[in-house]
Write a protein that binds this ligand. Structure first.
Ligand code: FAD
Length: 569
């Protein structure tokens, strides 16, 4: 459990809110090496081989990836990627695991989700928090694909507000638990090993419930827009007795286990989406180089070429950020919760925009059912929603950063951001004095000297983030918790900076490995992205000061009052 206890570890992005750049956490870019790299490459090749005949259309029609495919994946070790070898797994690092997940994402969105549910959130809690006995009991079967895992948190009345679960676990005198409640939208909910989150008199608990337990009812299955091969289930617990040995961690640890599992799992969404975007690019190239209009290939038009170039830069950025984040996990020295959330938001938003653009380039062709992009459209729409809705993740990122800043200010030690009355009075005068001070920009260390201009831009943006976060605290005090428009912009700024850091860090490593000349084409992609991201961060920073927030809030309130669109033409 100590391995995932991040309480005392430094956070790169929280440091950005303080105006500091914790270079040692992100430099040099962690390129996989040694046995881990070799194992990853072997498993990537095996996944390619196994999935070369995978029929996504058929899986969608049959509404399951197929027992044969699942068995084959298990036999090849592709279902126990991060599980320790002593429990029958491959023991891959987080980067290695996420690299193989990229391969699944490249083949099919649904496949990547089924793999993610089984491994990233289904098997992960046992891997992170299980006792030796619990691991021996369940992990070998899960890693081999003889059993299927699920993560059961969402309920009819509980979605984003996951703390307030209604499923209840009552501890019995013999130490066992009696579980009652209902879960919905649970992938693999009809599986064999379910990590179920509930509340109890002792706080939140994480319980392993085995499929077939008495009182456990599953179904009927949900009929979904996309991801139709993902077995999304309702689950009801009616006095389900869960043995004392099936508690993960300690009673009271359940919420932390759920959040850490999601923090850990979210970054595989980043790499799966990277894989999906690479596939979209293949389709875009295929189509725009062969389809001719106005006597030319579509790609010969500037507006088409521009979209293809944009896609190249976005793939580069999402990939760089995703693997910088997995590298943070592998270093084992950092708190990666914010970076994981930012990666999820950036990848899912960018992936969706990318799909929309590639869809557009296909004209009417992609609109025909059966086209892979039509299916991708249905599959990909869920990514900004599940495993933490993107707006909730933005608020989470900004509030954590601002909280870190408020704790760092010596005069306000002990003020909790969640204590409005106390915080406003003390933060105000202190921050008025501080905000006026011009911070000396802190620079990312260890980057290639040829990227100096971009390192300077990152330093400047970081100093401005610190100033903006302080100004927001001064203006709103602990009411910042309610100011979501401010939170959104702060989150966008820090995500933009983190993305630029990822690209600079990666390109520096590539230049170090291949030399300046060899990395020329990559450099153009990277630096063009850096410039456009810096412009966007500038825009977000400016909109913290000049915006139409009061007017839009007024409009929002008026819409609620009028109950719709009241204007007659
Ligand atoms: C295909 C699919 C697979 C899933 N798989 C699983 C699974 O395996 N296990 C599991 O436990 N759950 C699963 N879920 C549930 C999923 O995690 C939830 O849908 C998600 O957490 C969001 O909850 P909700 O849908 O109830 O949306 P709500 O919480 O009702 O939120 C709806 C929207 O309101 C806005 N919103 C909500 N809160 C805030 C806020 N604080 N600030 C600003 N805006 C806000 C956001 O725009 C959000 O998208 C799955 C869902 C789907 C559709």
């Amino acid at each position: 459990m100590a391995a995932v206890d991040r309480a005392q570890k430094p956070s790169f992005s929280k440091s950005l809110f303080l105006g500091s750049v914790a270079s040692e956490l992100v430099m040099p870019y962690r390129l996989q090496e040694g046995q881990d790299r070799a194992n990853t490459q072997r498993l990537v090749a095996s996944a390619r081989d196994c999935l070369s005949t995978f029929d996504a259309q058929r899986a969608e029609e049959e509404r399951w990836i197929g027992d044969d495919t699942f068995r084959d994946l298990g036999e090849r070790g592709l279902l126990g990627l991060f599980v320790d070898p002593e429990y029958g797994g491959q023991g891959l690092s987080q980067s290695g695991y996420c690299r193989v997940m990229e391969e699944f994402g490249r083949v099919d969105g649904t496949l990547s989700v089924v793999m993610g549910v089984h491994q990233s959130i289904g098997t992960k809690p046992l891997h992170l928090y299980g006792t030796v006995e619990q691991k021996e009991r369940w992990l070998p079967d899960l890693a081999a694909g003889r059993k299927l895992a699920a993560f059961a948190m969402t309920e009819p009345n509980v979605g984003s507000d996951a703390y307030n679960l209604e499923t209840w676990a009552e501890r019995q005198s013999d130490g066992s638990w009696l579980l009652n409640g209902e879960k919905r939208w649970i992938g693999n909910g009809d599986g064999d090993v379910l990590t179920v989150f509930a509340r109890s008199d002792l706080g939140h608990v994480a319980l392993i419930v085995e499929g077939g337990s008495e009182g456990l009812e599953t179904g009927p299955r949900f009929d979904t827009v996309g991801l139709r091969a993902n077995r999304l289930q309702r689950i009801r617990f009616r006095d389900v007795r869960v043995p004392a040995d099936n508690v993960l961690g300690e009673p009271g640890d359940g919420f932390r286990i759920a959040m850490n599992t999601l923090n850990n799992g979210r970054m595989s969404m980043g790499t799966s989406i990277t894989g999906g975007m690479k596939r979209f690019q293949e389709l875009a190239l295929q189509h725009t180089t062969t389809r001719r209009q106005f006597d030319r290939a579509l790609i010969d038009f500037e507006l088409v070429e521009d979209k293809i170039a944009w896609l190249q830069m976005q793939i580069y950025a999402v990939e760089s950020m995703s693997y910088l984040t997995t590298g943070l996990v592998d270093r084992g020295e950092a708190d990666f919760a914010l970076e994981s959330a930012m990666t999820k938001v950036f990848a899912s938003d960018t992936g969706w925009h990318a799909l929309n653009r590639v869809f557009q380039l296909h004209g009417g062709e992609a609109y025909m059912s059966g086209h892979p992009l039509a299916k991708a459209l249905r599959d990909f729409r869920i990514f900004p929603i599940f495993e933490g809705a993107n707006d909730v993740m933005r608020a989470f990122t900004a509030l954590n950063g601002v909280k870190a800043l408020s704790e760092h200010l010596p005069d306000v030690t002990g003020i909790r951001i969640s204590d409005p009355a106390k915080a406003v009075g003390v933060l105000g005068p202190y921050l008025r004095e501080r905000v006026g001070m011009r911070l000396r920009p802190e620079r990312l260390e260890g980057a290639s000297p040829s990227l100096d201009r971009h390192v300077g831009a990152i330093a400047e943006q970081t100093a401005r983030l610190r100033g903006a976060a302080e100004a927001a605290l001064r203006k709103h005090g602990s009411r910042i918790q309610e100011r979501q428009l401010v939170q959104k912009r702060l989150a966008n700024v820090v995500t933009g900076i983190y993305g630029q850091v990822a690209v600079v860090s990666r390109l520096s490593a590539v230049i170090g490995r291949d030399g300046e000349a060899a990395s020329g084409a990559e450099r153009t992609v990277a630096t063009t992205f850096l410039e456009s991201s810096a412009r966007e961060v500038g825009r977000q920073l400016r909109s913290l000061e000049t915006n139409a927030d009061s007017a839009t809030r007024e409009i929002g309130r008026a819409v609620r009052q009028s109950g719709g669109y009241p204007f007659e033409l």
